[in-house]
Ligand binder design. Structure first.
Ligand SMILES: [Zn+2]
Ligand SMILES: [Zn+2]
Length: 355
């Protein structure tokens, strides 16, 4: 997305450009406007990234609508960032150099001092620095991020494919690999959108027997193309739980759909000690009765994305197994149209802003 020439962007400290463009929301719910800003210098421990691509995540809407505490306007969202290091701040780990290809996702850095950080559990840091929330995100030609937020993009992974790996990809990949599922287990992926379509591909590559669950019979072919072994149309009878039980019961349900009633409908489809991993956010409560959990020792667990190292491992696994997100790209100046397509569910799984 960056307007500088390659030569300029790789010469540390000799950036010719004085301004760059961002797509910012001036107030809660306001449309994006393209604004020129002065190029920032990265501070100690930070790098400046020339953004090549940035995915649009459903949770960007929580920031843009001003629904989260502490969001500030004007706001530049975007936490599926892929680009190249353009400048390195003083005192930054020398392993990060100008020209390195990097991604920054939901994990945009942590405080390093709180109890979870001291336990090495950085992703649940209460001061987690999500781009677009803690600092300006990737709907821009440039952004500045702390070095602990950087994931190295492997060769062979293009920036528009790498961006979505930093949130949608790592969330599903980590949600599955941190679950109690083991190769051969029946694992269901609820939803076939931005997260779910990647979840099915990862689950297949991990060696699970994979069930895709979505609304309508017409998604069955797509689920099979992704490699799913079974498909359940959640609108058909019998219901999702019965259909899962007829397959033996799911060891794990990865709930990517942002729909609490659809998530709840899977619970009775879990096997004994089965695990519901919730990664889809809905404002409605889950309607689970205690007895649905008690008798079969089932578990319901939230799963929060992953660290920069997890993002890096997600990208490496994706390259190894030939997994890419299904994306639709648009240039930064069409941020409103791209964001609107994401909100309307009209996008082909993941909208990505590019140059
Ligand atoms: Zn996200
Ligand atoms: Zn912390």
């Amino acid at each position: 997305m960056v307007a500088v020439s390659k030569g300029e962007s790789q010469i540390r400290g000799e950036i010719q450009m004085s301004s760059y463009r961002v797509a910012q929301a001036g107030a809660a719910g306001a449309p994006f406007e393209i604004v020129e800003r002065e190029v920032p210098e990265p501070g100690p421990g930070h790098v400046r990234i020339a953004v090549a691509a940035c995915g649009i995540c459903h949770s960007d809407a929580m920031f843009v609508q001003g629904e989260l505490p502490g969001v500030r306007f004007p706001l530049v969202p975007g936490h599926e960032i892929a680009g190249r290091i353009d400048a390195v701040g003083e005192g930054t780990d020398s392993r990060w150099r100008v020209g390195d290809r990097v991604a920054v996702g939901w994990f945009g850095g942590s405080c390093g001092h709180c109890t979870p950080c001291r336990q090495g559990d950085f992703i649940v840091c209460p001061q987690l620095k999500v781009p677009g929330w803690a600092y300006d995100g990737g709907f821009a030609e440039m952004t500045v991020a702390p070095a602990d937020a950087l994931a190295r993009i492997p060769d062979g992974l293009a920036a528009p494919d790498a961006g979505p790996m930093a949130c949608a990809g790592v969330t599903t990949y980590n949600g599955l690999r941190r679950s109690s599922g083991r190769p051969g287990d029946l694992v269901a992926v609820l939803g076939l959108g931005g997260l779910g379509h990647l979840g099915v591909r990862y689950a297949v590559a991990m060696g699970f027997e994979v069930v895709a669950i979505a609304r309508g019979a017409d998604k069955g072919d797509f689920a099979k193309q992704l490699g799913a072994h079974h498909y359940i149309d959640s609108t058909a009878r019998p219901g999702v739980a019965e259909a899962l039980q007829s397959l033996g019961g799911a060891r794990v349900v990865l709930a990517t759909a942002a729909n609490s009633s659809a998530i709840t409908a899977t619970v009775d489809g879990l096997t004994h000690r089965g695990e519901l991993v919730v990664i889809g956010a809905d404002s409605e409560p889950l309607g689970i009765f205690p007895t649905q959990l008690l008798m079969n020792a089932r578990v319901v667990r939230g799963h929060p994305s992953g660290t920069a190292q997890d993002v890096q491992e997600t990208m490496e696994f994706s390259v190894l197994h030939g997994i890419r997100p299904t994306i639709e790209t648009m240039p930064l100046e069409h941020a409103n149209e791209a964001y609107g397509r994401m909100l309307a569910g009209a996008a082909r799984f993941r909208m990505v802003l590019t140059g």
